[in-house]
Design a protein around this ligand. Structure first.
Ligand code: FES
Ligand code: FES
Length: 157
């Protein structure tokens, strides 16, 4: 089936099997392998992407369902510089080890900070609770998001 999308600002048309999910479509048809696949059951958050401005689980949306939509992946969000400070904070605080969860973590953290510029640590943990990490123990991730929030709010003064 034909799928036509805007992906990271570019119009894309490609064929997809009817039951192929968006995360596989991005990886296999478009080569955007920053979107990871973990559980494929909507549990782990590794496949997080933005669809029409909202983060979604790429494994729970069929590519054909997303047709006509605007998709942003970790590649696109990184290229625009939108999350450069968040990425730097993750690196500075060792908030990633294997990095498998990191694209989803970054997109989810960015969603939180857009809605709530100064969340407390409980709010950060709560918002990030749908993204699983097998390596870090989460503390450093919360530190990195908290530090970015502080830095952005100080910069906005
Ligand atoms: Fe989609 Fe785990 S791969 S939520
Ligand atoms: Fe390895 Fe999170 S850094 S799963």
């Amino acid at each position: 089936m034909e799928v036509a999308l805007t992906v990271n600002g570019e119009a894309v048309t490609a064929q997809a099997p009817p039951r192929q999910h968006l995360a596989d479509f991005l990886r296999e048809q478009l080569g955007l392998t920053g979107t990871h696949i973990g559980c494929e059951h909507g549990v782990c958050g590794a496949c997080t992407v933005r669809l029409d401005g909202d983060i979604v689980r790429g494994c729970l949306v069929l590519a054909v369902q997303a047709s006509g939509g605007v998709v942003e992946t970790i590649e696109g969000v990184s290229d625009t510089g939108e999350i450069a400070d968040l990425q730097a904070a993750f690196e500075a605080r060792n908030a990633l080890q294997c990095g498998y969860c990191t694209p989803g973590m970054l997109l989810t953290a960015q969603e939180l900070l857009a809605a709530n510029p100064r969340p407390d640590r409980d709010a950060i943990r709560d918002h990030m609770s749908g993204n699983y990490c097998r390596c870090t123990g989460y503390h450093a991730i919360v530190d990195a998001v908290d530090a970015t929030a502080r830095q952005r709010s100080e910069g906005a003064r």
